[in-house]
Design a protein. Structure first.
Length: 125
């Protein structure tokens, strides 16, 4: 009876609708699990005193100074790169009065008017 019930549970999606895991999904899941594990190790290293870590046989560990310094360095680096990217974009933008601002490869431009009109008479300016 139990075997029949399990077969019914497994056959809900149908035989032709078996799920397949792609390699990208597998790599994403493994990297997600690994990053969570590394973050937990980081928190343990940052908050557990060195005496307790020494009891577990961990003697060669970085100084606790780096528990604060590395995230701050990373944050300052990301902020600096982001600010430099914005400054580069602003620097490479043409001036507001420039003709380049008014057109691109998709623009439909009117032809420049000549001094003579379409009827052969000179336009008054």
């Amino acid at each position: 009876m139990e075997k029949r019930r399990l077969e019914q549970i497994y056959m809900v999606a149908g035989e032709e609708r078996k799920t397949h895991i792609s390699m990208i999904e597998l790599y994403g899941f493994v990297s997600w699990i690994l990053s969570a594990f590394v973050f937990i190790l980081y928190l343990c290293w940052a908050f557990i005193p060195n005496e307790y870590l020494n009891e577990f046989g961990m003697y060669y560990i970085p100084d606790k100074y780096y528990a604060i310094a590395l995230p701050l360095w990373l944050g300052v680096t990301i902020f600096t790169v982001h600010s430099l990217y914005i400054a580069l974009c602003i620097y490479s933008t043409p001036d507001v009065n420039s003709y380049e601002v008014l057109q691109d490869k998709h623009s439909i431009l009117k032809p420049l008017k000549s001094k003579e009109g379409d009827d052969g008479h000179e336009n008054e300016i």
